[in-house]
Write a protein that binds this ligand. Structure first.
Ligand code: ATP
Length: 596
């Protein structure tokens, strides 16, 4: 048994074994039905955990996808006498295609426009269900057959309960598997913006659509189960109110946690059921009082536990079990590295104009393998813009950028990272709740054996184990290389700033770069941390790495770099060794104000 179930999975396995056995253990039919609904809600909520809790993309429209799955099977089984299993396949296909279309249109929208758009299409689909003649308008469709497998009929409450919870367990396993993969790590980074994952080679627009489609498919499957449980459908449970309820379940349960989906679904289903029964008795009058009580309870709840209940329970009763470290797996393939002294980056008369402002004005310099080049200059000199031109965040207005003789023109930051240029960020961009190991592994995103699109399917089925082991081993090797080998299990957010900056370098090294671009790596570091950073960069230089760093800390730059490029008002005003720069009249005048 332990061969199949790891220690980490033992408790959840025991929990689900008990849940599946409940009807046999004499659970009254009322509870069997209620828990069936908990299962149905939790399947939808799981998709929302992925979409909203983990990736930060809010959707009020999931109930419409539940309706799509439910109506598809209802229509096909009652109108054409097709098997519910055909209804399931058709429902999944229709939901996935619709979600792909809607997602392609809306997933690029940012801020509050995204949730607003989900309300818009959620409402549209709801009214579509209620107005189409073929779907029975507001009366819906009755007489939906029960699900059968061979001669086994899922006709009674207990058998449907079993089916629903087995589907929920499968969905849960697939989501957990996915979150543990390289694409899953990229999804976990999405809520902190797209710049970092893009720089690690992730196609974030595509990834958002993938998880949107997956969440919709889970909702569609829940709708299929619902239709065959109820044997009738009408538009009401697929409206906006239910879309909001699904979101509430996730928020209350713990939006960023898969277990939060089940906890939230359970709490809301059970509470609303009992409030509906008790409140009229207590208040002596009927009405939707449970909605009012819910609203008040939610506002109070969010004041005290805005991360949801599951993290609270975990902190109180759980113990963070470190993930077993990957065994040493075969190294990932590496790109051929340039010989020491070879010119790696050639910036030729690069110019960048923002409207009338010339931020970078015909700047030229080069970086060689085994050399650290510093790019310095007063505030507003154009250093960050130059950095962004090389990393593909911005494109040049004119001039050339050549990496190992090849033009970088028109390449996105993820293309550039896959060529062998890796970067760190001025404001550290880590996923704080993710371990140091997983954060570093983000850098190896493009180095897996599967193409990213096949990789997602493989990860759902956990067919990516050898690839994962190789990626995580690489991350561990790079962490050991930079001296963070003892901290692999720690959440990245718990590290000191200096260690976080070094972790960013380990992540960049996982990209297998020949050129490292560091944006103000010494900013905010204490002396000891700066010394550790300088020692690391010196070691990397010794190994043949080319490093270009933008930095304000003059001592750091002067002691570490081989070559310095000085900018002012967008133009290069000087270039040379640290010794030359320190006495260069133009630098003393412009950069140091002539005082030193
Ligand atoms: N996206 C943008 N749109 C318009 N102007 C910009 C943009 N980015 C930078 N600039 C302008 O370009 C000039 C150069 O800015 P840049 O950030 O590259 O300087 P910097 O040398 O990195 O400064 P700092 O050391 O303060 O970061 C500044 O005048 C800045 O206001």
């Amino acid at each position: 048994m332990t061969a199949f179930i790891s220690h980490r999975a033992a408790l959840p396995a025991l929990f689900f074994a008990i849940v599946l056995a409940l009807p046999q253990l004499g659970l009254p039919p009322f509870w069997v039905t209620l828990l069936s609904y908990v299962g149905l809600y939790a399947i939808v909520a799981l998709g929302l955990v992925l979409l909203t809790g983990v990736a930060g993309l809010i959707s009020f429209g999931q109930a419409a996808f539940v309706g799509m799955g439910a109506y598809t099977t209802a229509y096909l089984t009652t109108q054409f006498g097709l098997s519910p299993w055909i209804g399931l396949l058709a429902g999944i296909a229709l939901t996935a295609c619709s979600a792909f279309l809607i997602g392609s249109l809306t997933m690029r929208i940012s801020g509050h426009y995204l949730p607003l758009s989900t309300i818009a299409w959620g409402l549209s689909l709801y009214y579509l269900f209620g107005n189409l003649e073929m779907l029975g308008k507001h009366d819906g469709i009755n007489g939906i057959p029960v699900i059968t497998i061979g001669s086994v009929e899922f006709g009674n409450g207990a058998s449907m309960y079993l089916l629903i919870w087995v589907v929920l367990i499968l969905a849960l396993v697939s989501v957990v598997n996915f979150l543990d993969s390289r694409a899953g790590r990229a999804v976990r980074a999405l809520r902190f913006g797209t710049v970092m994952p893009e720089a690690m080679g992730v196609d974030t627009a595509r990834l958002k659509i993938v998880i949107f489609v997956y969440a919709a498919v889970l909702a569609g499957i829940s709708g299929w189960l619902y239709a065959h449980l109820q044997q009738a459908v009408n538009p009401t449970p697929f409206g906006l109110k239910y879309g909001i309820d699904y979101l509430l379940m996730v928020v209350v349960g713990g939006a960023g946690h898969v277990a939060g989906a089940i906890l939230g679904a359970g709490l809301l289903a059970v509470l609303s059921n009992f409030l509906q029964e008790w409140l009229p008795g207590v208040l002596g009058t009927g009405g939707n009082f449970e909605a009012i009580v819910f609203g008040i309870a939610l506002v109070i709840f969010l004041q005290f536990a805005n991360e949801g209940l599951w993290p609270r329970l975990q902190a109180r009763f759980g113990r963070r079990r470190p993930r077993p470290l990957p065994a040493d797996a075969a190294p990932l393939a590496q790109m051929a590295k340039p010989a020491r002294g070879e010119v790696i980056l050639d910036v030729e008369a690069a110019r960048k104009q923002f409207g009338g402002l010339v931020a970078v004005n015909n700047v030229s310099f080069s970086v060689k393998a085994g050399e650290i080049v510093g790019l310095i200059g007063p505030n507003g000199a154009g250093k960050s813009t130059t950095f962004n031109l090389v990393t593909g965040v911005l494109s040049v207005s004119s001039g050339k950028l050549l990496y190992r003789g090849q033009s970088l023109a028109g390449l996105s930051s993820r293309d550039i990272s896959s060529r062998g240029i890796a970067r760190t960020f001025q404001h550290v961009r880590l996923v704080p709740g993710m371990s140091v190991l997983e954060n570093a592994a983000m850098g190896a995103f493009r180095r897996g054996q599967f193409a990213p699109q096949r990789g997602i399917l493989a990860s759902l089925l956990r067919a990516n184990r050898s690839e994962e082991a190789r990626i995580l081993s690489e991350a561990r090797r790079q962490l050991e290389r930079v001296g963070l080998g003892d901290l692999v299990d720690r959440p990245a957010g718990s590290l000191a700033l200096g260690q976080q900056r070094i972790l960013e370098i380990a992540r960049a090294l996982c990209c297998d770069p020949a050129l490292l671009l560091l944006d103000e790596p010494a900013a905010g570091l204490r002396l000891k941390e700066k010394e550790a950073l300088a020692a690391l960069l010196d070691k990397l230089r010794g190994e043949g790495m080319a490093v270009l760093l933008v930095e304000h800390d003059m001592d750091f730059v002067m002691q570490l770099t081989d070559h310095i490029v000085v900018m002012e008002f967008g133009a290069k005003i000087a270039e040379g060794t640290p010794a030359q720069i320190q006495v260069h009249p133009a630098v003393l005048e412009a950069y140091l104000g002539g005082a030193q």
